[in-house]
Ligand binder design. Structure first.
Ligand code: TXA
Ligand code: MG
Length: 347
């Protein structure tokens, strides 16, 4: 299959009548799948009401069928179509964070969405993305859009159209190239179906921000480590992994440099995931600065691109600095721990 590339400037007016956007929306209406930028990562969009479109999403990504998709909407009125009830906490969270990087789990109204999109669950995950191109595609197509991250299953999520093409060229109808995404990590997934909201996946909206709106918010115990089964099916899979083994390093720069030196003696090519503050300290085959430690938002924005760059340079092993788990650091460390398969070296 030929994969079309529609280049669209997200800052232009009247995106809804932009010919590139209209063409991409036509493909969505014809139940083809196209990648689109959102404020978090690129999503692989398809008509959430159509089994065939949803099957194409799973096939292109190589995604396990038991991992449900997030449904994207442009207008809160669309919720009535497929959500059974909107609790007050959810309503308050939507007021505060939509459009934005927050996905809310609701009880589902049956018979509207493709059962494949929700993996047969009685709940449905919904979000309103804060990106002018995504919103224009949603409005022009007039559809609820199922969209997982537009990467091959297991790979780091895509934050540029180039990342999407690296994984999915030839497997999808097209990609709307709206430039790099902003937040860089996926949306926060919060379950509002049972009283106190529970974070199932940390993301672009922090626990602190949620608590400022609705009071107590819990974190799914499965996020803390092994043992219990995560409530968000996607959280049980290995994810974001670069090709080379990745180790998180808890300790000083000197300790990390010592680990690098040991591997180089063995003849291995070693990569280091550092920050702008620390990069010049290390001596390794490839040292990449992943944003500024003093501004964790910049680390989130750079993370997936940096993980992909290690693949492009073919290192044999990677050592990464760790980050505080406050604010967006919670999402950064969650993704790094998954990418590392929980391998941590402690000084
Ligand atoms: O920022 C994002 O959320 C991006 C952009 C494209 O919107 N999308 C994204 O989708 O990250 P995906 O499919 O890569 O991750 C969706 C997560 C998975 O962990 C999935 O298991 C969970 O949401 N999820 C979906 N429906 C659920 C449900 N009904 N209950 C619990 N978890 C659910
Ligand atoms: Mg994903």
């Amino acid at each position: 299959m030929d994969t079309k590339v529609w280049k669209v400037d997200k800052y232009v007016d009247k995106l809804e009548s932009n010919p590139q956007v209209v063409d991409a929306a036509d493909f969505l209406q014809e139940n083809e799948v196209v990648a689109m930028p959102t404020e978090t990562v690129y999503g692989l969009a398809g008509n959430a009401e159509n089994d065939e479109a949803v099957a194409k999403i799973f096939a292109a990504k190589g995604r396990p069928g038991d991992n449900p998709l997030i449904i994207h909407i442009a207008d809160r009125g669309q919720l009535d179509g497929f959500v059974a009830e909107v609790p007050e906490t959810a309503s308050d969270l939507m007021d505060a964070f939509w459009p934005g990087p927050l996905t809310i789990i609701f009880k589902k109204k049956d018979g509207v969405l493709s059962e494949k999109a929700t993996a047969g669950l009685e709940t449905v995950a919904v979000r309103m993305p804060d990106h002018p191109i995504a919103l224009a595609l949603l409005r022009v197509s007039g559809l609820p859009i199922a969209a997982p991250s537009a990467n091959s299953s297991g790979k780091p999520s895509p934050t540029t159209a180039g990342h999407v093409l690296d994984d999915l060229a030839g497997k999808i109808a097209g990609v709307v190239d709206g430039g790099p995404t902003g937040v860089g990590v996926e949306s926060t997934v919060v379950d509002c179906t049972e009283g106190v909201p529970v974070i199932l996946r940390p993301g672009g909206v922090t626990r602190e921000q949620l608590e400022a709106v609705v009071g107590e918010v819990r974190v799914d115990p499965a996020l803390a480590g092994e043992g219990s089964r995560p409530k968000s099916p996607g959280m049980k899979y290995t994810h974001y992994a670069p090709n080379a083994p990745l180790y998180l390093v808890s300790g000083s720069r000197e300790f990390l440099q010592g680990l690098v030196a040991e591997k180089r003696v063995e003849g291995l090519r070693v990569g280091v995931l550092a920050t702008e503050e620390s990069a010049e300290f290390y001596d390794a085959d490839l040292v990449l600065a992943c944003g500024k430690r003093a501004e964790l938002e910049t680390v989130a924005a750079a993370l997936y691109d940096v993980l992909r760059k290690f693949n492009a340079h073919g290192v044999d092993v990677i050592f990464s600095e760790m980050f505080p788990v406050d604010g967006v650091g919670h999402a950064i460390m969650n993704r790094l721990q998954k990418a590392a398969g929980n391998k941590i070296m402690v000084e």
